[in-house]
Design a protein around this ligand. Structure first.
Ligand code: GDP
Length: 488
């Protein structure tokens, strides 16, 4: 009985729906029986052969190209057959069914999601970070995200991880060797500049974390909610940011009864912007549901744009309603006060004294989800709540808002280029960082704590290896014996 990972698999590799071309892919230890059953003749390695794909009764299911990638020179590292047919759902289903039928004797089954890539990883074609980059490239929502995924796929991220790992192994070798000669340890570590090595490692790690954090931001984006009283111009602002008529704009209060969301990009960073129902008292039942949903969105946001209407800024009722909303805003979400309709008011700039209703909320780079991940949490400064005046109608001031949203996201394009990263990677990097900090503390205490130092370095290496998916328990011994001559 074959284990699941050894079973031959087949699947339609192209997106569902109609298209010019569709691909059915088979991966197995040996696909020759399927080629013999379906294809018109033998397939030379990696060459496209045109002809009919045959059904069991010899009739043609479709005409197309068949390509055989003999193991190990294939995506999965196994024997792979690709059948390129016309891209109709029925044709491709028939072709897949035919492959399963022809492969019944070798137990061919339908692949689970990601199973081809999983095999590529298990067969050493890709490491884990690269395998993840493939999924991220397919899911990329902006050009910058796609480019950074390509960088990770090409192994840029993995190479940085390997460089960190090699430096860690060098340091571990030194410390482990010192453990064997306790009487000389302090001298030995000092001579070899263990502290300098560790510091260089930490600063390299910090650079990698910065690039990975930016990559995570490109992947996840920032969730921004536009909230405020009805008619403040929330839908207009979303449209202006998106550059299209997405939400319905009308002069009647309470038009946006549900949430409208749109992903826009600023400098390649995806911003998932949500326009919500206007927050007000005394709304009818349907509108009330929209308002509840709006609050639900606000609770989950990475940032809230609290929109106010400049033309009503002098009304006491308007101010009171704004203050009531401000009092209900969750304290741990960054809020930006934005005053809209500057075009309708003489000299909008003189409104610089406008009340900062969001005062007390964390501001730029403070508590955005992604920023928190990177460990860049800074103390909120209540007096610093920003206030931006703009016109959704003319677009004046929009750039200031865009820039501020990027600041909240903690976006700074890394000069060396960003590689896509996931929360899993950031989590592992943070653990590496914590172990290296502990290691530095032990190194400072030297004699008493060398074994603890060695242990922290070992844990740091394990955390690093999780990123690329290697298990390196025995690596170290191998390196010690091959590169370090103890007997000397
Ligand atoms: P919402 O209820 O907050 O989504 O507000 P809307 O976007 O539907 O806008 C309410 C009204 O304000 C509409 O009549 C818009 O044309 C108007 N409005 C929105 N933004 C501006 C602006 O920047 N300047 C001016 N003069 N009017 C605006």
């Amino acid at each position: 009985m074959l284990s699941r990972l050894d079973q031959p698999i087949a699947a339609i590799a192209t997106a569902p729906g109609r298209g010019a071309v569709g691909i059915v892919r088979v991966s197995a230890k040996d696909v020759s029986s399927i080629i013999a059953a379906i294809c018109p003749r033998d397939l030379p390695p990696r060459q496209a052969v045109y002809g009919p794909f045959r059904a069991a009764d010899g009739s043609a299911i479709d005409q197309g190209l068949a390509i055989h990638f003999p193991a190990p020179h294939s995506y999965t590292g196994e024997d792979v057959l690709e059948l390129q047919a016309h891209g109709g759902p029925v044709v491709l289903q028939l072709l897949l069914a035919r492959c399963l039928e022809a492969g019944a004797s070798i137990n061919l089954r339908v692949a689970e999601p990601g199973e081809f890539t999983q095999r590529a990883f298990l067969n050493g074609k890709l490491d884990l970070a690269q395998a993840e980059a493939i999924a991220d490239l397919i899911d990329a929502s902006t050009e910058a995200a796609a480019r950074s995924a390509t960088r990770s796929l090409a192994g840029e991220f993995s190479r940085e991880i390997h460089a960190l790992r090699d430096a860690l192994i060098d340091l571990r070798m030194l410390v482990e060797a010192t453990l064997d000669f306790p009487e000389e340890e302090i001298d030995f570590l000092q001579k070899a500049d263990a502290q300098g090595q560790l510091e260089r490692l930490q600063s390299h790690l910090a650079r990698v974390m910065q690039r990975a954090h930016q990559g995570a931001l490109l992947r996840e984006g920032l969730h921004v909610v536009i909230a405020g009283q009805p008619n403040a111009g929330k839908s207009s602002l979303l449209n202006a940011l998106a550059g299209a008529e997405l939400a319905i704009v009308t002069p009647i209060a309470g038009t946006t009864r549900d949430v409208v969301r749109q992903t826009i990009q600023i400098e390649g960073v995806p911003l998932h912007v949500v326009d919500t129902a206007g927050l007000r008292e005394g709304a009818d039942q349907v509108e009330q549901i929209g308002i509840e949903r709006a609050w639900g969105q606000i609770e989950k946001a990475d940032a809230v744009v609290f929109l106010h209407d400049l033309t009503r800024a002098d009304s006491a009722d308007y101010q009171a309603a704004d203050a009531a909303i401000a009092a209900k805003l969750p304290v741990d979400v960054p809020v930006i006060d934005v005053w809209n309709k500057a075009d309708a008011v003489d000299g909008g700039v003189r409104f610089a004294h406008l009340p900062r209703l969001a005062a007390g909320h964390p501001t730029s780079d403070a508590t955005g989800r992604v920023a928190r991940d990177a460990g860049t949490v800074s103390e909120a400064n209540p007096t610093d709540a920003p206030s931006i005046t703009l016109s959704a109608r003319t677009g004046d001031g929009l750039d200031k808002l865009r820039k501020h949203l990027l600041e909240i996201a903690g976006w700074q394009a890394a000069p060396e280029g960003v590689f896509i990263a996931r929360e899993r990677h950031l989590h592992a990097l943070r653990r590496v960082d914590a172990h290296l900090m502990e290691a530095a503390a032990h190194l400072a205490r030297q004699a008493q704590a060398l074994d603890l130092l060695a242990e922290e370095l070992r844990l740091a290496q394990n955390a690093l290896s999780e990123i690329t998916g290697e298990f390196s328990a025995d690596d170290l011994l191998g390196v010690i014996f091959s590169r370090f001559c103890i007997g000397k």
